[in-house]
Design a protein around this ligand. Structure first.
Ligand SMILES: Nc1ncnc2c1ncn2[C@@H]1O[C@H](COP(=O)(O)OP(=O)(O)OP(=O)(O)O)[C@@H](O)[C@H]1O
Ligand SMILES: [Mg+2]
Length: 359
């Protein structure tokens, strides 16, 4: 009898030990799953119908970093959890902000009972989609104008015998071709600049880069009767830059200064070393039409123009300043504007000073 009892006891002890081991394993498994839930970039809320408990990862408690918005989202989630989920459903919560945000909620029934709600901040994705749509719209619109005009001009040319009319039509066609060509060049340049990595920089002589940029705009300046004065830059001032990008940025600023000035006006270009510590400023100043204060932030957006009617004449596509801003950002710098409508504008391309530029 005793032997039987002992063996029963041993059997019980073995079972208890096994249960303890299994419990430990289950605990560490649960712990691991909790860590995984914290690591995912989604808010996860899960209701266990058996225990009646609600589990949520940290992200789900503050999905937006905005207390008021978080309360709203939490309320939506609670509502979703309270209904019996039979199949996967999606819902978008739009927060008007600013900034405007979109949170996508997904409820998914679980095979083991209950349901899980996933909360995803889709704002950045939505914004990107919008930017892409706008971009394609803008490019199509900008190209349609010159190409439509070319069609009309070609039709007018057909059967025309008067040499004077032919010359005029051909010259207008050539203008439209230039317009389409400039747009495509700007687009290619912008996409190239958006792609370059900081690695492709070398010490660049500022005086040489500025002079090359001004050289590019000379023909336009001469045609427009605008004088471009470059203050002499001390030799040997260097910045770490991608030369091609830098020249392009400065040329775009000078191009604008000339384009938005009247005949007989002048544009000043100068370089300020260390105007603020550790920086080099390239300053382009004009006495042209100026920019209304409400547009100062927006002019750097792709395709944004202050006055479309006015710029149709000058033929800009609104990409120049987007290129300038990108170049500034690529170089760890910035571009500043100060302008008064009717008086003129000053654009400053501010770059971190490189070797050789310390005053
Ligand atoms: N120096 C300036 N004076 C007055 N307005 C300016 C000046 N520079 C820019 N702007 C305004 O900002 C807008 C955006 O400039 P941006 O250089 O991006 O485009 P754009 O000159 O119209 O076309 P693009 O440079 O692509 O040929 C211009 O259309 C113009 O309205
Ligand atoms: Mg421009």
């Amino acid at each position: 009898v005793r032997a039987r009892l002992r063996s029963r006891l041993e059997e019980q002890e073995r079972l208890a030990a096994r249960a303890a081991t299994e419990l430990d394993a289950a605990r560490s498994e649960a712990q691991r799953l909790r860590e995984v839930l914290e690591a995912v970039p989604l808010g996860v809320v899960f209701h266990d119908p058996e225990s009646g408990e609600v589990f949520r990862n940290e992200k789900s408690s503050s999905p937006t970093d905005d207390m008021q918005a978080d309360v709203l989202v939490t309320r939506e989630v609670a509502q979703l959890m309270s209904g019996a989920a039979t199949d996967t459903r999606h819902q978008t919560v739009e927060l008007h902000g600013p900034p405007r945000r979109f949170l996508e909620l997904t409820v998914k029934p679980l095979v083991s009972g209950g349901a899980v709600v996933l909360i995803e901040d889709a704002s950045a994705r939505r914004h990107l989609e919008q930017v892409r749509r706008d971009f394609v719209d803008n490019v199509s619109h900008e190209l349609r104008t010159p190409i439509g005009a070319l069609g009309v001009l070609a039709e007018a040319l057909e059967g025309e015998t008067d040499p004077a009319v032919i010359t005029r039509l051909v010259s207008r066609m050539s203008g439209e071709v230039q317009r389409a060509h400039a747009l495509i060049e700007d687009l290619l340049e912008l996409s190239k600049i958006e792609r370059t990595t900081p690695g492709e920089r070398a010490p660049v002589d500022i005086a040489e880069a500025v002079s090359a940029a001004v050289q590019r705009v000379r023909p336009l300046a001469e045609r427009s009767g605008v004088r471009v004065d470059v203050a002499s830059v001390e030799a040997g001032v260097l910045v770490r830059a991608n030369r091609e990008e830098l020249v392009s940025a400065v040329a775009n600023l000078v191009d604008n200064a000339v384009k938005y000035s009247d005949e007989g006006s002048s544009v000043d270009v100068r370089v300020d070393v260390g105007a603020t510590a550790g920086t080099v400023d390239i300053v382009v100043l004009d006495h042209g039409v100026g920019i209304p204060a409400r547009d100062h932030d927006r002019i750097f957006e792709r395709f944004y123009r202050v006055d479309r009617a006015r710029d149709r004449r000058t033929g800009g596509s609104g990409l120049g300043l987007a290129i300038v801003r990108h170049v500034a950002l690529n170089h760890g710098g910035e571009v500043l504007v100060s302008s008064v409508e009717g008086e003129g504008s000053t654009f400053t391309l501010r770059l971190p000073a490189g070797e050789g530029s310390a005053p």
